[in-house]
Design a protein around this ligand. Structure first.
Ligand code: SF4
Length: 235
């Protein structure tokens, strides 16, 4: 596993952005998140060591743009270089998430065709409205590997009709002292939609405020993922 953040910074875009971890981290450091800047890791996938070998070894999943959104308009001038690097590194698998799937077809390279074999796109939704807006676009987009990310999930949603060709649904709650609560019933409902459609499902993160069997729990940030794992409902 490797990380690749060719640029950093993002603009809040929808309800799911309220407690964006990038904005929160930047705020503590006095960094303006709305300033989108290239990082010194821009060419990381194609950088080589003195022996002429790629520094990022073959066979890994590369998590792309986890300090921004890969389809951010501000980054339009830089994205073509990124696609070229992903093409050059066919021995790596790249994964990026986006809330801006409506921009996807304007952002792909001319030789994209049905999609690159080594790229997974995760479409993020947080409620029924964003699901009904983004997932039909995602469904019709030519992408070889599709994930849906329901995180932070803010209400019960029905996404079953959008699950054709989706490899994995990831679900998580919101992390913040003022976070909106995640109800376990919502988690089980999405899981059932995945079971019905033979789609892999992963409960990745509880919410800071988590409601199960009518009781509310406050979960420390360090335990959000381990508590979700303990539920043992991934399939
Ligand atoms: S789109 Fe993602 S990275 Fe950008 S502000 Fe929203 S949550 Fe943060």
């Amino acid at each position: 596993m490797a990380m690749w953040n060719p640029w950093r910074g993002c603009h809040k875009y929808s309800e799911g952005c309220r407690f964006c971890y990038i904005h929160k981290g930047d705020c503590k450091r006095g960094v303006d998140t709305d300033l989108i800047v290239k990082t010194d890791r821009f060419t990381a996938p194609v950088e080589k060591n003195k022996k002429g070998e790629y520094k990022i070894k073959a066979g890994q999943t590369v998590y792309l743009c986890f300090s921004s959104d890969f389809l951010l308009p501000d980054a339009d001038v830089w994205r073509a270089d990124c696609w070229n690097m992903m093409k050059e590194r066919g021995d790596l698998h790249f994964l990026f998430l986006t809330k801006r799937i409506n921009r996807f077809m304007d952002c792909v390279p001319s030789d994209w065709g049905d999609g690159y074999d080594n790229v997974t796109v995760g479409c993020t939704v947080e409620n029924q409205q964003t699901a009904d807006h983004r997932l039909p676009i995602f469904q019709s987009a030519p992408i070889k590997h599709k994930n849906i990310i329901c995180q932070p999930l803010l209400e019960q949603i029905d996404i079953e009709k959008y699950l054709d060709d989706v490899e994995l649904v990831v679900l998580g709650g919101e992390s913040d002292p003022d976070a909106r609560a995640l109800h376990y019933d919502w988690v089980l409902a999405v899981r059932q939609q995945c079971v019905n459609t033979h789609t892999h499902f992963e409960f990745r993160q509880c919410g800071t405020h988590f409601i199960r069997d009518g009781k509310e729990y406050t979960i420390p940030v360090r335990q959000l993922c381990s508590q979700a794992k303990k539920a043992g409902i991934n399939c």
